[in-house]
Design a protein around this ligand. Structure first.
Ligand SMILES: Cc1cc2nc3c(=O)[nH]c(=O)nc-3n(C[C@H](O)[C@H](O)[C@H](O)COP(=O)(O)OP(=O)(O)OC[C@H]3O[C@@H](n4cnc5c(N)ncnc54)[C@H](O)[C@@H]3O)c2cc1C
Length: 232
C-alpha cells in the first residue's frame, strides 16, 4: 500500500483558528487570518478549546488530498462509502488489468502455505480467463466482471478535516477491516504532522471521544489505543 498526501489547505490549524474567530469578531475572515498568524499560539489555543467543546464544523474549512495505490478493490469499495469525501478511481473499464503484481494477497492467506496455493491458483485461473475473453473481442469493461476483490486499485480521495476525523473514528478502530485500518492509520499519521491541533485526538472513537461505542463488541484495548495514537 502506498499512501501519499499530495496536497492540503496551507496551514490548516491556522486557517480553522481564524475561521473560528469569525463568529465573534467585526473583522473579516481574511483580516482574522493575518491577525491569527501574528498571535499564533493564542489562535491555536482557541482552536483547541473550540474543538474540545464539540464545535468542530470549523474544521470543515481545511481539506486533505491523498494518493492511494496498491490497495485492493475490497478496500476502495469500503472507502467510497464515506459520502462526504470526494473520489477519483482508476477505471477498470479503460485500464486493462495486467502484470504479475495486479492482485493483492491478504497476509492471513499468505500465512498458510495451503491457503496461499488455493488463492494463487484461483487468481491465475481468473487472470487467464480475463485475458482470453479480451482476446475473443469481449470489451475490457465486460471482461472485468470476473475480476476479484483482490484486484489492485488506485484512488484519489479528498476529505475535509471533520470528515477525516469521522473516518478515523470508524476506520482506525480495531473492529474495522485490516486493510482499511492500515490505510486510516497511515492517513492519520500524515494529518497529525500537518495539523497537530485539529488531529491531536485523531484515531478510533475511544481515542477521540474517550468511550467505545461498540458495546459488547468492544476490543477492550482503549488504553493501548490511546497510547498508540498519542505516539503516531
Ligand atoms: C466496522 C465496520 C463494519 C461495517 N460493516 C458494514 C456492513 O456489514 N454492511 C454495510 O453496508 N456497511 C458496513 N459498514 C459501512 C458503514 O455502514 C458506513 O456506510 C460507513 O462506515 C460510512 O459511515 P458514515 O455513513 O458514518 O460516513 P459518511 O458517509 O462519511 O458520512 C459522515 C456523516 O455524515 C452524515 N451523513 C452522511 N450522509 C448522510 C445522509 N444521507 N443522511 C443523513 N446523514 C448523513 C452522518 O452523520 C454520517 O455519519 C461498516 C463500517 C465499519 C466501520
Amino acid at each position: 500500500m502506498e499512501v501519499k498526501l499530495i496536497t492540503h489547505t496551507p496551514d490548516p490549524d491556522l486557517v480553522c483558528a481564524a475561521v473560528a474567530k469569525t463568529s465573534r469578531s467585526n473583522l473579516t475572515p481574511a483580516e482574522l487570518l493575518v491577525k491569527s498568524a501574528g498571535e499564533r499560539e493564542k489562535a491555536l489555543k482557541l482552536l483547541r478549546e473550540i474543538i474540545k467543546s464539540g464545535h468542530i464544523s470549523v474544521t470543515e474549512h481545511a481539506s486533505f488530498t491523498f494518493s492511494i495505490s496498491g490497495v485492493s478493490r475490497a478496500l476502495t469499495h469500503e472507502l467510497v462509502r464515506h459520502r462526504l469525501a470526494s473520489f477519483t478511481q482508476q477505471s477498470q473499464r479503460y485500464v486493462r488489468v495486467s502484470g504479475e503484481d495486479a492482485f493483492l494477497t491478504p497476509p492471513m492467506v499468505n500465512a498458510s502455505e495451503k491457503a496461499s496455493k488455493i488463492f494463487q491458483s484461483a487468481l491465475s485461473e481468473i487472470r487467464k480467463s480475463y485475458d482470453e475473453l479480451i482476446k475473443l473481442g469481449v470489451p475490457v469493461e465486460d471482461a472485468r466482471y470476473i475480476l476479484p476483490n483482490a484486484t489492485k486499485a488506485t484512488i484519489v480521495v479528498t476529505m475535509n478535516c471533520r470528515e477525516l476525523l469521522h473516518f478515523f473514528s470508524l476506520r482506525c478502530c480495531d473492529r474495522a477491516q485490516w486493510e482499511i485500518r492500515d490505510l486510516a492509520e497511515l492517513m492519520a499519521k500524515e494529518c497529525k504532522k500537518v495539523a497537530p491541533v485539529i488531529f491531536e485526538k485523531a484515531g478510533p472513537s475511544c481515542v477521540q471521544l474517550g468511550t467505545c461505542p461498540e458495546g459488547t463488541f468492544s476490543c477492550g484495548k482503549m488504553k493501548e489505543m490511546k497510547e498508540k495514537y498519542s505516539k503516531l
